[in-house]
Ligand binder design. Structure first.
Ligand SMILES: [Zn+2]
Length: 237
């Protein structure tokens, strides 16, 4: 945040990231009304699938907050959302996580290099760090994005889809003998990203693998987001 914005926040009260209205009672991102709404959202039970957890449903408010995390440089939003959810839901997700074999290895989905340069951080790493703080465990960068040097126009749609399925590779030489891997991403969409992560770990990976995301989105509306996120893969030449 630039210093001038800090001064503005001090003098006028900053804008709520939820409704956009200035408020002197931010917490520090939401006004009391939006904070209440977030509290309600965090009690909604979301089921992205077996072995997958999402902390919030995709709603206008939660979408705006994750957008702030990804595109406005507000990296502290990851901790805010994880902490808020774990407090409000009395740790329902935490309870599930507590049943899993320990330690928990939170493995963030890697960001494309160009996106990383643009953003300065990987939002999935921030979320993984928040999860490991709140629920106990460690952040492990065991996945790497493969770089494809191909022309997008030369690939058929099927080829492109197949390549997305192999978008990641595992950097881990030898898997630990105990514990649970939790793959961490911002949004659970079609599950294509997490499937690609599972493919990278390999069929014979010895530990149980779970998925945890901030948001769960219905697949139909998510297809466009996924395409936008992965488009950079094909812009190499
Ligand atoms: Zn508000």
């Amino acid at each position: 945040m630039r210093w001038i914005e800090n001064v503005e926040r001090f003098v006028f009260g900053a804008e709520c990231l939820g409704c956009g209205k200035p408020s002197g009672k931010l917490d520090p991102w939401l006004c009391p009304e939006c904070a209440k709404e977030l509290e309600r959202e965090s009690t909604v039970h979301v089921m992205p699938g077996l072995d997958a957890y999402s902390l919030y449903p995709m709603r206008p408010l939660t979408r705006r907050l994750v957008h702030a995390l990804k595109y406005k440089g507000i990296s502290g939003m990851a901790t805010y959302l994880v902490r808020h959810c774990s407090a409000v839901r009395c740790g329902a997700v935490g309870e599930d996580l507590s049943m899993l074999p320990k330690p928990l290895y939170f493995v963030p989905v890697p960001l494309h290099k160009a996106r990383y340069r643009e953003r300065g951080y990987n939002q999935a790493e921030k979320i993984a760090a928040a999860l490991s703080l709140v629920f106990g465990g460690k952040v492990c960068r065991w996945l790497r994005r493969r770089t494809f040097v191909v022309s997008q126009t030369k690939l058929s749609r099927e080829d492109r889809e197949r390549n997305v399925a192999y978008a990641f590779e595992c950097t881990l030489k030898r898997a630990p003998s105990t514990g649970t891997v939790v793959i961490v991403d911002d949004v659970f969409t079609t599950g294509a990203t997490t499937s690609a992560c599972l493919a990278a770990l390999g069929r014979d990976f010895p530990l149980p693998v779970k998925v945890c995301t901030l948001l769960y989105d219905e697949p139909a509306s998510a297809a466009a987001d996924f395409a936008a996120d992965n488009q950079m893969e094909w812009d190499v030449k």
